[in-house]
Design a protein around this ligand. Structure first.
Ligand SMILES: [Mg+2]
Ligand SMILES: [Zn+2]
Length: 193
């Protein structure tokens, strides 16, 4: 027997709120720079295999796609905000060719301990909550770092870890090697309800 949950809260979320997939950038969407280095121009920006194909599958009507990225290279003067925005504009252009619409990119330009937005702090997600009506309970955080998963847990998002660290795997809801598998999982789960 299938139990149909019905409540005022669910009705509201159905009509007014949207689920979101929060995506980390480096190591999820594009190849990470080597340790201590930063992607400082689009020439160095390389989409990971399958990323564009998988994001293309996410129905625009079902999920907001929101990128949340720590960019400490700005605080360290390794890259300017202008350069970062250039990279992001070019990235969005490439995505657009695939019909992928990123609803917003939030970045933290600060150094450790300077702000409330550097992951695992919750500032970027809380800005997104202010900017969009997000059904947080049914939203996801996908990242390749412990800080992404910790952030997801703090905000009670469902978490998907893309990496091999055993302790981080233990605290995430799911873990995979790449974004394609994560997106397939999310889409297959959302079909059931
Ligand atoms: Mg990352
Ligand atoms: Zn910050």
């Amino acid at each position: 027997m299938k139990i149909i949950r019905k409540s005022f809260k669910i009705d509201i979320s159905y009509h007014f709120m949207k689920k979101a997939i929060f995506l980390d950038r480096d190591g999820v969407i594009n190849k990470k720079a080597i340790e201590g280095e930063y992607i400082s121009s689009f020439n160095e920006f390389e989409f990971l295999p399958g990323v564009l194909e998988s994001l293309k599958k996410v129905p625009k009507t079902d999920y907001l796609l929101i990128i949340v990225t720590n960019q400490r290279g700005i605080a360290r003067k390794k890259i300017s905000i202008n350069d970062l925005e250039l990279i992001h504009n070019k990235m969005l252009n490439e995505m657009d060719k695939y019909g992928i619409n990123i609803d917003k990119i939030y970045f933290c330009p600060h150094n450790y301990g300077e702000c409330k937005c550097r992951k695992p702090d919750v500032g970027m997600i809380e800005m997104a909550e202010k900017d969009f009506k997000i059904d947080m309970e049914n939203s996801w955080m996908i990242g390749d770092s412990l800080s992404d998963i910790e952030l997801g847990i703090k905000k009670r998002l469902q978490t998907v870890y893309l990496g091999n660290n055993l302790e981080t795997k233990m605290i995430s809801n799911y873990s995979f090697d790449n974004l394609s598998n994560a997106i397939d999982l999310i889409l297959s789960l959302s079909k059931k309800y």
